[in-house]
Design a protein around this ligand. Structure first.
Ligand code: 6PG
Length: 467
């Protein structure tokens, strides 16, 4: 028996991905060290006649048709290297290994170079959409050798989510392009999640919205320009009853958010590249502040919290919608700006219109807005920033009033909206022809003779500032 596709790591993502492959008429072989997971998959897939699994690596590799297409859905880190080493003795030239996890992009570059020497193709390929996405259609972001990609393309196009019939997968570029794009996808994901949580806080504290009203508000927004997976699940969350008390589950969840690192990596790498992504940076900082629960509780005892002044609920909901839409646009703009710059720096040759297209379905940041984003980059592939795309200028202008009202109200009433206000600050700074950083240059030259340039003549200048 020869199988079309091999998958290593039969956790929930791996199992679901294989069943998805089977739904699309390809046969697959799963591999996991854990015999129970192997048995569970054989049982789950038995009606399809297209799925098998083993905990014997040699049997696994030998059962695959050549060139072999082997996908890894294992946690990022050392385990990826361990799995690669265990595969190597059994592989042949031109086989493909596809890492579907959230591996750090420089690890992918290292692994690709290492395997290239052995004639094996290595693909860092982001997979987004969680367990449901893996089962019903994820968004897939592969990078690596373009020719070799053709071997796996039919399987990926079949299993990927479809947006109006178009598969949400595309070859993105050489080397670690796939992992890099997935990393920035996750940075944007952190930003959008932080923004929705801020708006929830505002509506709850300022507008005193009940969970039912929050549900209705987010559900109605999800029918408009804010339509997106994260807004949709947010609406659902407010309705979920707690099975341990008679309240809603959301109110019982501890306010400490965990993280596995991809948001932080996006911010760190943006700093390395010198590209500002403040809405993403602060989303990472807020997960860190959230973790300081005990300190926060103690500090609240010292300072108290202001009681927000009354505000008309309808007006509040309207301005909140504008602010959220404005901040969503700014967050995508920052992430895409980072991708455009990284593309040049690392030689990825990314097509941002294509990336926005494959994010339209399947992934966590899927949103109606991505259609317009894709069109903006299709119209101008050298677009420097989404904020200056002609089809966005009018839209952004129309949301500014509500955004400024929200940020001003929140600042006055002590409601922390850091991602929202960072989005507004990013916008205000990016659209300021002159910033006060001339003063910073003067200070640098004053205390350290660091020199400055002038607005009115060419050259490098230094002044003796003290008489
Ligand atoms: C996806 C997600 C996924 C990520 C989770 C958790 O696109 O399906 O980005 O890959 O692992 O969102 O990330 P954190 O634990 O860092 O929040």
């Amino acid at each position: 028996n020869t199988y079309d596709f091999g998958l290593i790591g039969l956790g929930v993502m791996g199992r679901n991905f294989i069943l998805n492959v089977a739904d699309n008429q390809f046969t697959s072989m799963g591999y996991d060290l854990d015999q129970e997971k192997v048995n569970a998959l054989i049982e789950e897939g038995k009606d399809t006649n297209k799925v098998n699994a083993t905990s014997d690596i040699k049997e696994f590799v030998n059962s695959l048709s050549q060139p072999r297409k082997i996908m890894l859905l294992v946690p990022a880190g050392k385990i990826v290297d361990t799995v690669i080493e265990s595969l190597l003795p059994h592989l042949d030239k031109n086989d493909l290994i596809i890492d579907g996890g959230n591996s750090f992009f420089t690890d992918t570059d290292r692994r690709e170079a290492y395997l290239q020497e052995k004639g094996i193709h290595f693909f860092g390929s982001g997979v987004s959409g969680g367990a449901k996405g893996a089962r019903r259609g994820p968004s897939i972001m592969p990078g690596g050798n373009k020719e070799a990609y053709k071997e796996v393309q039919p399987i990926f196009e079949a299993v990927a989510a479809k947006f109006k019939g178009e598969p949400c997968v595309a070859y993105l570029g050489p080397k670690s392009a796939g992992n890099y794009v997935k990393m920035v996808h996750n940075g944007i994901e952190y930003g959008l999640m932080q923004l929705t949580s801020e708006i929830y806080d505002l509506l709850k504290k300022a507008g005193k919205l009940t969970n039912d009203e929050l549900h209705e508000t987010f559900a109605s927004w999800n029918k408009g320009r804010l339509q997106s997976f994260l807004v949709e699940i947010t609406a659902e969350i407010f309705q979920k009853q707690d099975d341990k008390t008679d309240g809603r589950l959301v109110d019982q969840i501890l306010d400490k958010a965990k993280q596995k690192g991809t948001g932080k990596w996006t911010s760190q790498n943006a700093m390395d590249l010198g590209i500002p992504v403040p809405s993403i940076d602060v989303a990472v900082s807020m997960r860190e502040i959230s973790a300081l629960k005990e300190e926060r509780v103690a500090a609240e005892d010292l300072y108290g919290r202001p009681t927000p002044e009354a505000i008309d609920k309808k007006a509040l909901i309207k301005m909140a919608e504008e602010a959220l839409y404005f901040a969503f646009i700014n967050t995508y703009a920052q992430g895409l700006h980072q991708l455009a710059f990284a593309s040049k720096e690392y030689g990825y040759e990314l097509d941002l219109a294509v990336i926005a297209k494959i994010w339209r379905a399947g992934c966590i940041i899927r949103a109606e807005l991505l259609e317009d984003i894709s069109n903006a980059y299709a119209a101008d592939k050298d677009l420097v920033n989404l904020l200056v795309a002609p089809n966005f200028v009018t839209e952004v202008k129309a949301t500014l009033g509500g955004t400024r009202d929200v940020v001003a109200y929140a600042a006055k009433n002590g409601i922390p909206l850091p991602a929202l206000s960072n989005s507004l600050t990013y916008f205000d700074a990016y659209t300021s022809g002159r910033l006060p950083l001339n003063l910073i240059q003067a200070q640098r030259d004053h205390f350290g003779s660091h020199t400055y340039e002038r607005t009115d003549m060419e050259g490098i200048f230094h002044t003796e500032w003290e008489d």
